[in-house]
Design a protein around this ligand. Structure first.
Ligand SMILES: C[S@@+](CC[C@H](N)C(=O)[O-])C[C@H]1O[C@@H](n2cnc3c(N)ncnc32)[C@H](O)[C@@H]1O
Length: 272
């Protein structure tokens, strides 16, 4: 297949915005191109021009394209080593830095179907059980279906394999042989919301996890997001990215590297 033209990418972004009022401007062109090619193969369309006409005429195609863009692959305790470092190095520091008057505040940005915020909730709940401190987690995703699943707190047994046995018995209840649900007490620690990370209304956060979402982002949109993360974090707050992600060059001086391999950074209190 030939390479898509930049003007065709612009047309596709405009049509999706016009048809379903969703902004897909932030996606990198190469990623958008691959997703458009997938849709064209599925529908049996051979040229980008033909696909753009189809997108403009068929109302449902904008929904279809948008849902292939928001890839929601996830796991509990995804990349186990990151969680080990987070538990041993980062949580103790967050606990010592946080003020006693406020709960520790955590943002899981782009949380998909909730595995990351539930992993966080189990870990913080376990570590704070002998401590006076409380925590709260806000978790958002642009995809309403994913947030709907996250809110149920119900997962198939085979999806729970990364959760340690001690956590399974402590935080989950069996519904039947195949289905488990998180306890109401654990669910209460998380607020799930549908929303775009870029415009999400949140402040005074001690740690942000934004993992495996930015790989699909264009560089200029990425820079804006890191400015938002910087503003949202409390002084010395932590930022955790996905294993294939990094702080953009233009924002490096505003985030100190805490663990390069694990993609853990800490806010530097300078104004970007
Ligand atoms: C690959 S999943 C990663 C989930 C989780 N963070 C993890 O690492 O396992 C990426 C998620 O980001 C969401 N997403 C993509 N763009 C977004 C945006 N602008 N605002 C909020 N969520 C977004 C997608 O819907 C998808 O659920």
């Amino acid at each position: 297949m030939t390479t898509i033209l930049e003007c065709q990418i612009i047309d596709i972004k405009k049509i999706v915005r016009k048809k379903i009022d969703v902004n897909i401007d932030h996606y990198a062109s190469s990623f958008l191109e691959r997703r458009v090619q997938n849709r064209m193969n599925m529908i049996g369309i051979k040229s980008y021009a033909e696909y753009i006409s189809f997108l403009d005429e068929d109302f449902l195609e904008s929904f279809e394209l948008n849902s292939t863009l928001s890839i929601n692959v996830t796991q509990f305790f995804r990349n186990q080593t990151v969680w080990d470092v987070f538990k041993q190095k980062i949580i103790p520091e967050i606990i010592s830095l946080s003020s006693s008057d406020h709960p520790i505040s955590i943002w899981s940005a782009g949380c998909a179907i909730g595995n990351e915020p539930y992993s966080l909730a189990m870990m913080f709940s376990d570590m704070l059980q002998t401590n006076e401190k409380k925590f709260k987690i806000v978790a958002n995703d642009i995809n309403p279906t994913s947030i709907g699943i996250a809110k149920t707190g119900q997962y198939e047994f085979e999806k729970l394999k990364n959760i340690p046995n001690s956590f399974l018995s402590k935080f989950l209840e069996k519904i039947d042989d195949d289905l488990y649900k998180f306890s109401d007490d654990l669910k209460k620690t998380i607020t799930f919301q549908v929303g775009d990370v870029a415009s999400f209304n949140i402040n005074h956060v001690d740690v942000i996890l934004c993992r495996n979402m930015l790989i699909y982002y264009a560089d200029d949109a990425k820079e804006l997001l890191f400015k938002k993360f910087h503003k949202t974090l409390n002084d010395s707050g932590f930022l955790v990215l996905g294993m294939a992600e990094d702080v953009p060059l233009s924002m490096k001086k505003f985030f100190k590297t805490v663990d390069l391999g694990m993609k853990i950074y800490q806010k530097v209190s300078l104004d970007p």
